[in-house]
Design a binder for this molecule. Structure first.
Ligand SMILES: NC(=S)c1ccno1
Length: 242
């Protein structure tokens, strides 16, 4: 997968050189580049923003640098990337959206700052590539960079070879629509708190049942909306929600 990020703060993307993503880049599984949007400015001050038409607080990102960046990074005749823009107005980032993005060969991220990006940038982008505005949640950040780190992590961990133990993907939250069961490791007792006996029983059938029950109860208590969204037939007669 190729990932390009347009930002006025490329150093914010430095964590993409660390840990499993960094190793995936070294192994050629990922090609990640952060581009300073100011590279495509045309004035001595390298201006990327201006006051909003219609008045209001703050500044808006001007369209010209974005357009020049698209022209260079996504030339005509090249299979275009999917343009992903983190925004409070975007679609919620979910595991299923992460899986959808993980199927793309090339993602181009656009990091807004200030009060946002001139809408004509999104409109111009939509004329040349698929555009997805995505939100980490109903919260406002300083800009899109931190959200890009989260989206890139959610997406790239799903790519073959990036996560050392692919089995981890099968048992985690939101895989199958449920929250994951609580996890435990050594010591067997810690500050007078024992590990549930069933997890040390060696009975894999009982352990699987316990984990399923814990996932159902947790999901029912914390995210009843996820239960309501389960495909018909996901729960069976053996499933207890309390
Ligand atoms: N909620 C998101 S993703 C965001 C981006 C910029 N500000 O908030």
């Amino acid at each position: 997968m190729r990932i390009d990020v347009l930002t006025i703060f490329p150093d914010y993307l430095a964590p993409l050189s660390l840990s499993l993503i960094g190793r995936a880049r070294e192994r050629g599984l990922l090609d990640v580049s952060a581009h300073d949007l100011r590279r495509w400015t045309s004035d001595v001050h390298r201006t990327v923003d201006d006051t909003p038409y219609g008045g209001g607080p703050g500044m808006v990102m001007r369209p010209e640098p974005w357009g020049r960046a698209f022209d260079e990074l996504v030339p005509a005749g090249v299979a275009p990337p999917r343009f992903v823009v983190p925004s409070p107005a975007g679609a919620p980032l979910t595991q299923s959206l992460a899986a959808e993005l993980a199927a793309e060969p090339w993602l181009l991220f656009g990091c807004g700052r200030y009060e946002g990006i001139d809408q004509r940038v999104l409109d111009d982008a939509a004329d040349r590539m698929p555009v997805t505005e995505v939100s980490l949640g109903d919260v406002v950040l300083f800009g899109g960079e931190v959200a890009v780190l989260a989206v890139v992590e959610a997406v790239t961990r799903l790519l073959p070879g990036v996560l050392g133990n692919a089995e981890s993907l099968a048992e985690e939250s939101h895989t199958g629509g449920l929250l994951e069961a609580p996890v435990y490791t050594k010591p067997p007792v810690w500050r007078e708190r024992p590990v549930p006996d069933v997890l040390r029983s060696g009975d894999h059938g009982r352990i699987a049942r316990w984990r399923r029950d814990q996932a159902l109860v947790r999901t029912a208590r914390r995210r009843p909306d996820l239960l309501a969204a389960l495909p018909p037939g996901t729960l069976d007669a053996t499933d207890q929600l309390a």
